[in-house]
Design a protein around this ligand. Structure first.
Ligand SMILES: [Zn+2]
Length: 447
């Protein structure tokens, strides 16, 4: 963390605290060093349909204790005030599909495989620590990380280090190794005589499936991630086909076990039989869902299944148009936008997720908002998909993804109006997590 940020911010806080004292010196007899007030011209609170103007958010410790018109009440003498001027204040954003252990690997630099075959575990952890920091810098104060890609239980330790304040990063929900079936995950394409590591825990049969879930839950998984489809290609008619992986019985064993621990199951599923098995097996969230048919959409609504589409990642790194894989890449996005629009208008619960790590952490995570809007969300719906709706997916409604009394003090601010242009969310200039300022508007130039 850049020490200059805190120095600069400290100066701003002192100055503001002085103003607050002068304006409210009737309250000067009530010393309260623990109160922080954040003001901005606009507030989008994560749940309301409209923004409110000239509000202030009162924070004590790591919680929001009041949200009220600015200057409507006297402040304690020692209260610190952060005035963000014309900015728009929002809840800390939530990305429900990340991979801190992936870095948008360049095939020319060894791609996915080199990470598992040549990189020391410690090196992968260091890169993941940097990724976690990048999430926070971009205003994502909570993430659901969707498996470590061969880096074992590294996510559990990183989450612990963040929670203990050793390193900066978002609140994390981790899913450790993930589960797929034999033939259902890389590394692939090596001589059959040699054993190579796999980026997922591979199981066959309901007994192994349940055992894998038990192991991962026991060792710290907050969610279980299951791959229900693997390879995909176009058939002779040009339709997208995806190889299914686990059977319904295998998945049901995992879901039953995980629900017994009061935790949930996220299923990577593109389309076809694998997606159908994911729904029939009782998955709590469908990841990607490139091609959802009307019957599956109705089933998702009936079962209360979440949809985490991750639209933008499929627009990156297309193979050339005259190759089979290039044709598949283009077909995927054509189907995906239609599925998203249909699911949205049918009322499927949609949470913001990006698959960042599948693309580089140096690229803006917020690109996903533009895709959501392109395929039918209003900017406010897109914002809520990454705030209150995402919080609901995580079982944290009212605690994160909202600016309201009782919630954690996770706040961000952007300079423009994200309701006029969601691209404004790519330029986050103030980040507070757990009541502590991580990044501030004034010190942007210091970074
Ligand atoms: Zn993913």
């Amino acid at each position: 963390m850049n020490r200059m940020i805190f120095l600069g911010l400290g100066m701003m806080l002192c100055a503001r605290a002085g103003i607050a004292q002068d304006a409210n010196h009737t309250a000067a007899s009530v010393p309260d060093t623990g109160t922080l007030v954040v003001r901005a011209q606009w507030l989008i609170d994560g749940t309301a349909d409209k923004p409110r103007s000239n509000m202030e958010v009162v924070i004590r410790g790591n919680r929001i204790i009041a949200v009220r018109p600015a200057n409507s009440q006297a402040l304690p003498a020692a209260a610190q005030v952060v005035d963000l001027g014309a900015a728009t204040l929002l809840p800390g954003l939530i990305d429900t599909h990340t991979h801190i252990f992936l870095q948008g690997e360049d095939p020319a630099a060894g791609g996915y495989d080199v990470q598992l075959l040549k990189f020391p575990a410690s090196y992968r952890v260091v890169r993941a620590v940097v990724s976690a920091r990048r999430a926070l810098e971009q205003g994502f104060t909570s993430i659901r990380d969707m498996e470590t890609e061969g880096a074992g239980y590294g996510d559990v330790g990183i989450k612990q280090a963040i929670n203990e304040g050793l390193i900066p990063g978002p609140r994390m929900w981790v899913s450790t190794l993930s589960i797929s079936s034999t033939g259902g995950y890389p590394l692939e394409g090596y001589a059959p005589e040699i054993t190579v590591p796999k980026g997922s825990q591979l199981i066959d049969g309901p007994v192994e499936a349940r055992k894998a879930a038990r192991e991962q839950l026991d060792k710290g998984a907050d969610w279980i991630k299951v791959y229900m489809t693997h390879r995909s290609w176009l058939d002779a008619q040009g339709a997208l086909v995806s190889q299914p992986t686990l059977t319904v019985d295998e998945l049901k064993a995992i879901v039953d076990e995980t629900h017994g621990w009061a935790r949930k199951v996220a299923c990577h599923a593109y389309n076809g039989p694998g997606l159908q098995r994911a729904l029939d097996g009782g998955c709590d969230s469908i990841e990607h869902g490139l091609e959802l048919n009307d019957v599956q959409i109705a089933q998702m609504i009936r079962q209360g299944t979440w949809y985490v589409p991750t639209l933008q990642v499929y627009y990156t790194d297309w193979d050339s148009a005259d190759t089979d894989s290039g044709k598949r890449d283009r077909k995927r996005v054509a189907l995906h936008g239609v599925s998203f629009s249909k699911a949205l208008h049918a009322g499927v619960k949609i949470a913001f997720g990006t698959d960042v790590g599948g693309f580089k952490w140096s690229e803006p995570i917020a690109e996903e908002f533009s895709r959501e809007v392109q395929f039918g969300m209003t900017p406010m719906q897109a914002i809520q998909s990454a705030t209150s709706r995402a919080a609901e997916l995580l079982g944290k409604r009212g605690e994160i993804g909202v600016v309201a009394p009782g919630a954690y003090a996770d706040l961000i601010a952007v300079a423009g109006d994200p309701l006029a242009d969601v691209k404004a969310l790519a330029a986050v200039r103030f980040v507070m997590k757990d009541g502590r300022v991580f990044k501030s508007l004034k010190d942007e130039s210091a970074q």
